[in-house]
Design a protein. Structure first.
Length: 160
C-alpha cells in the first residue's frame, strides 16, 4: 500500500501544480501588477504637475515682458512714476503704455483667473530705491487641494 501512495504522489506531482502553488503564483502576480499600476499613476500625476509648471512659467514670463517693454517705452522716470510698492492683479496684460499706467493695485480676487486657464497672476512690486524696482510675478493654481505657484523675479535699474 505504501508503494501505491508513493506512486500516486509521484504521478500527482508530474500532472500539474497544487492549489497552494497556484495561490502563491496568483498573489505574486497581483503584487507585481499593483506595483506597476501605482508607478504608472504616480508617473501620470508627475507629468501633469510638470505640465502646469511649464505653463505657469510661461504665464509669468508674459507678464514680466510687459514690465520690460514698458521700462523701455516709457523711460525710467515714467516707468518709476507709474508703479507703487504694491500688488497688482495682472491676469489681463496691458497691451499699451496707457493700460500699463492705469493698472489698479490689489491682489487677484477668488475666481479671477487668466482667461481660459485655472491660473491667477500677480505682480508684487517693491521699490527698493529711486534707482531700482524689484518685480516678482507669482502665478498660482490649485492642484486638487494643494496650492501651487511659480515665481519669476527681476530687478529693474535706472541705468541698465
Amino acid at each position: 500500500m505504501n508503494k501505491m501512495i508513493r506512486k500516486f504522489i509521484k504521478n500527482k506531482k508530474q500532472k500539474g501544480s497544487s492549489m497552494i502553488e497556484i495561490l502563491i503564483a496568483t498573489g505574486v502576480v497581483g503584487l507585481v501588477m499593483t506595483a506597476v499600476a501605482s508607478g504608472l499613476v504616480l508617473s501620470v500625476k508627475n507629468s501633469a504637475i510638470s505640465k502646469y509648471k511649464v505653463l505657469s512659467a510661461t504665464r509669468a514670463q508674459e507678464a514680466m515682458e510687459v514690465f520690460r517693454r514698458e521700462k523701455v517705452l516709457l523711460g525710467w522716470a515714467q516707468f518709476y512714476e507709474s508703479l507703487s510698492a504694491n500688488t497688482y492683479c495682472v491676469n489681463t496684460l496691458a497691451s499699451d503704455s496707457a493700460q500699463f499706467k492705469a493698472m489698479e493695485t490689489g491682489a487677484c480676487s477668488d475666481g479671477d483667473f487668466i482667461a481660459g486657464t485655472s491660473f491667477t497672476r500677480e505682480a508684487l512690486v517693491n521699490i527698493t530705491s529711486p534707482d531700482e524696482i524689484r518685480v516678482e510675478i507669482v502665478v498660482d493654481w490649485l492642484d486638487g487641494d494643494i496650492q501651487r505657484n511659480s515665481n519669476l523675479i527681476q530687478e529693474f535699474k535706472q541705468y541698465e
